[in-house]
Design a protein around this ligand. Structure first.
Ligand SMILES: C[S@@+](CC[C@H](N)C(=O)[O-])C[C@H]1O[C@@H](n2cnc3c(N)ncnc32)[C@H](O)[C@@H]1O
Length: 432
């Protein structure tokens, strides 16, 4: 797990201080209780990876005034969580965040940041003070800062994209939620019925999530970079670490499976695969497997990677509400597509690919959460609620998945999971 290199030493030091405070509390020192609240938050931060921390911050703040996810987000009162996202967003926009990370000398003063970015020095000091208090940067002296592991993690293009995406597009859903509910609509979870609006459309003047991205190239690029970065930082394993490619696809004398080897035969189609990160990583890990690998997505997504496609991957513009042009691929892979859509829309989308499958050869793989019947983790439960408010989508329980796929004439072969509840699973299905 990617962590601050000073992590273990920091942990030991903190534990020592915590033990002293516990003793002090026992001896009647009431101020020790407040110190313990603060120290235990610091302890959590010292154990979390930058990816876990960034995820929690982004999702806890995601809907601003409207909603606060009930998380183990303990280092600052939840009601103020969105303020640190305001601070981060401003410092991204005025370039201070990038300057802080880019500077050769790891220390930089507010004065220097102000000169480098043209931002107001006092404003920078105030915002940096908050970010230091929540551990996003280190404050090493008065108005002097140093980036830490979280700062560097957040400064990657995919996570800058994520900050911008959540801040610009999701905040307004929460802000307008009560107004929306008072129109008498209750909360529409899905977008299936004509004339009814889910919260996202209400707060975006009737425009769907995808329409907004289609019309705004900067938003589209931020979102696609964000999607492409989500496996960085150990939060999410590669899909082929969950689905045992060696056992299922590589022929051995004991499994006797074989892959078609004709020049037109297709090994894998990553349907709506964004910038092709998943199919590209798969090809790079398994260059010996025969067959074509194809990335499909909307024209505006494909356009972004036209000049630098992932190696060994063919690009194809495709709208998944239309017939699937690639027939008989060994694998059709859908990551985080089902969770974007209601059952009705999933049925429309997947039926096109199911019609293209070879009953005896093709498999369809869905990578998404399979929610447990009780005790869902913070990540999976918050992703479900996030889907509700952003895309009128849903994360599904196993029985929900079975019902959906059965209705489409699919049978689940196996749900591949690494047993870590925070991770998504790969659901493998075949045509019956
Ligand atoms: C949640 S992202 C997932 C991307 C990728 N599978 C991943 O997990 O990183 C959803 C993807 O669906 C694509 N998409 C949305 N509507 C589509 C449509 N009608 N046809 C094809 N792709 C679509 C988007 O462009 C985006 O790349």
């Amino acid at each position: 797990m990617q962590q601050d290199s000073e992590g273990p030493t920091k942990l030991e030091a903190l534990l020592e201080i915590i033990q002293k405070d516990v003793k002090a509390l026992k001896a009647g020192d009431h101020a020790a209780r407040t110190r313990l609240v603060d120290r235990s938050a610091q302890l959590q931060r010292a154990v979390e990876s930058p990816a876990e921390r960034t995820f929690k911050m982004r999702f806890a703040a995601g809907f601003s005034r409207g909603f606060y996810f009930d998380s183990n987000f303990s280092f600052s009162p939840r009601i103020f969580v969105f303020l640190q996202q305001f601070a981060i967003r401003i410092l991204i926009e005025n370039g201070a965040f990038a300057t802080l990370c880019a500077k050769g000398d790891p220390k930089i003063t507010a004065e220097e940041l102000s000169q480098a970015t043209g931002g107001d020095k006092l404003l920078i000091e105030r915002l940096m003070r908050l970010l230091a208090a929540v551990g996003v940067i280190d404050e090493v002296a008065e108005n002097t800062y140093k980036p830490n592991a979280i700062t560097h993690f957040m400064n990657q293009p995919g996570f800058i994209g994520a900050e911008k995406h959540h801040f610009e597009l999701h905040t307004s859903v929460g802000v307008r939620m009560v107004e929306y509910m008072r129109t008498g609509a209750g909360v529409e979870q899905f977008n299936d019925e004509p004339g009814k609006q889910a919260p996202w459309e209400y707060s975006h003047n009737g425009k769907s999530f995808w329409k907004i991205l289609e019309e705004d190239p900067e938003c589209k690029q931020d979102f696609d970079l964000y999607m492409a970065a989500r496996r960085q930082g150990d939060l999410v394993p590669e899909w082929f670490q969950l689905y045992p490619v060696g056992q299922e696809l590589v022929p051995t004398t004991s499994n006797l499976r074989s892959l078609k080897t004709g020049k037109d035969d297709v090994l894998l189609v990553d349907v709506a695969g964004g910038r092709g990160h998943d199919v590209g990583n798969f090809r790079a890990h398994f260059p010996q497997l025969p067959g074509r690998c194809i990335l499909q997505d909307l024209p505006e997504t494909i356009a972004q990677v036209r000049k630098t496609p992932p190696q060994g991957v063919e690009l194809m513009e495709y709208d998944f509400f239309t017939p699937q042009p690639v027939k008989g691929s060994r694998i059709y892979f859908f990551r985080n597509i089902a969770h974007d859509w209601s059952d009705l829309r999933c049925s429309e989308i997947f039926s096109h690919t199911i019609a293209a499958m070879d009953k005896d050869y093709s498999r369809i793989l869905f990578e998404d959460f399979v929610l447990p019947s009780t005790g869902a983790t913070y990540r999976s439960a918050s992703m479900d609620v996030h889907m509700l408010f952003s895309l009128a989508g849903i994360e599904r329980t196993e029985s929900h998945w079975r019902q959906l796929l059965r209705g489409l004439g699919l049978e689940i072969v196996r749900i591949w999971s690494d047993g870590i509840a925070e991770h998504e699973a790969v659901i493998e299905a075949r045509k019956v």
